[in-house]
Design a protein around this ligand. Structure first.
Ligand code: SF4
Ligand code: FES
Length: 337
């Protein structure tokens, strides 16, 4: 075991744990943001640098600080290591620099982007970004490409995190796309634009942290914050069948995989569940989806209303006839979580 201290909070973790995993075990605001790391994808991480932290003490044996910020998703802890994230102004400045680099080519077209409202880069830019840009050169521009009939690639928005490549490699059989070229001409391509056509290709949409890969069956149908996420399942022979349905009124606008509190997909789902099952009758509804992260998309107030109703029912049943229940201040406010 190794003892690591992150922003003044200590935890003992098994040897081989990364700083990021240790921070996630502690939880809360000290967890560094991630764009390219995904816990379900082997060898992911190490591309985007948003998860950088400052190692102010290397270990008990060698207490020298590390000379520059390190990627927490790729650096394993040492016994006695001390790490700074939010408590280091230098580190926050460095992360703002990373965000500035990520935004060099990424257009700020959030008002017309389907990913708006659930985009990791939008959140990161809001929290760490600068109001202006110092970049004076021509930005990279690409035509939109249809990858098969259900997925569209808008390369202008791609931050080259490699998540979709690793998903195609590890979740689907027979990857036909990847990153071609290097440096500022690197791009995601299917090479001679082969259509990606296999049962699990839709998962690439879910892992894309920005709006580069989007679901063509959902494009421009609604802003995500007007939709209501519900967890649902069905008996599926190809995947777990555990999904999230996004409703607008009675209509299911899209089906996605479920995500954990770090925004990472928990179950890979097949294209049949994702693209072909868009009727409520196809699914067994479990209830409002719990969204852990800060997000404009949250159905959590329905959960609190459910808990409130249960509370009122409980009190009503145990109160003498005619006695009224007094609700706490703001108890019926749907935004009160
Ligand atoms: S298309 Fe999306 S998932 Fe693929 S490398 Fe670009 S940003 Fe990452
Ligand atoms: S999340 Fe660690 S480098 Fe991208």
């Amino acid at each position: 075991m190794a003892k690591v201290t992150i922003d003044g909070i200590s935890i003992e973790v098994p040897d081989g744990t990364t700083i990021l995993q240790a921070a996630r075990m502690i939880g809360g605001d000290i967890v560094p943001p991630t764009m390219c790391y995904h816990s379900k994808l082997k060898t992911s991480g190490g591309y985007c640098r948003t998860c950088i932290v400052k190692v102010s003490k290397g270990s008990e044996k060698d207490p020298r600080p590390m000379p520059k910020p390190v990627a927490s998703c790729r650096t394993t802890v040492m016994d006695g290591m001390e790490v700074q994230n939010l408590t280091s102004p230098d580190l926050l400045e460095a992360r703002a620099g990373v965000v500035e680099f990520l935004l060099i080519n990424h257009p700020l077209d959030c008002p017309v982007c389907d990913q708006a409202g659930e985009c990791d880069l939008q959140n990161l830019a809001y929290e760490n970004g600068k109001a202006g840009t110092r970049y004076e050169f021509q930005r990279r521009e690409f035509e939109r490409i249809d990858i098969g009939d259900k997925i569209q690639l808008h390369m202008n928005r791609c931050i080259l995190c490699y998540r979709c490549v690793k998903t195609a490699d590890q979740v689907t059989d027979g990857r036909v796309h990847g990153v071609i070229n290097r440096g500022d001409v690197a791009e995601i391509s299917t090479y001679i634009q082969n259509a990606i056509d296999n049962d699990f290709s839709g998962n690439m949409i879910d892992v894309c942290p920005v709006g580069a890969l989007t679901d063509k069956t959902f494009r421009f149908k609604s802003r995500v914050w007007y939709t209501k996420p519900m967890d649902a399942h069905r008996n599926c022979t190809k995947c777990s069948g555990k999904v999230r349905l996004w409703y607008k009124g009675e209509e299911v606008l899209r089906v996605t995989g479920r995500r954990d509190q770090f925004g990472e997909v928990t179950d890979w789902i097949c294209n049949e569940c994702r693209f072909d099952k868009k009727k409520t009758s196809d699914w067994t509804i479990e209830g409002p989806a719990h969204i852990d992260r800060d997000s404009v998309v949250s159905a959590n107030h329905y959960e609190s209303l459910k808990a409130l109703k249960a509370d009122i029912d409980r009190q009503r049943n145990s109160l003498p006839h005619g006695q009224k229940v007094t609700l706490g201040h703001g108890a019926l406010d749907p935004n009160n979580q």
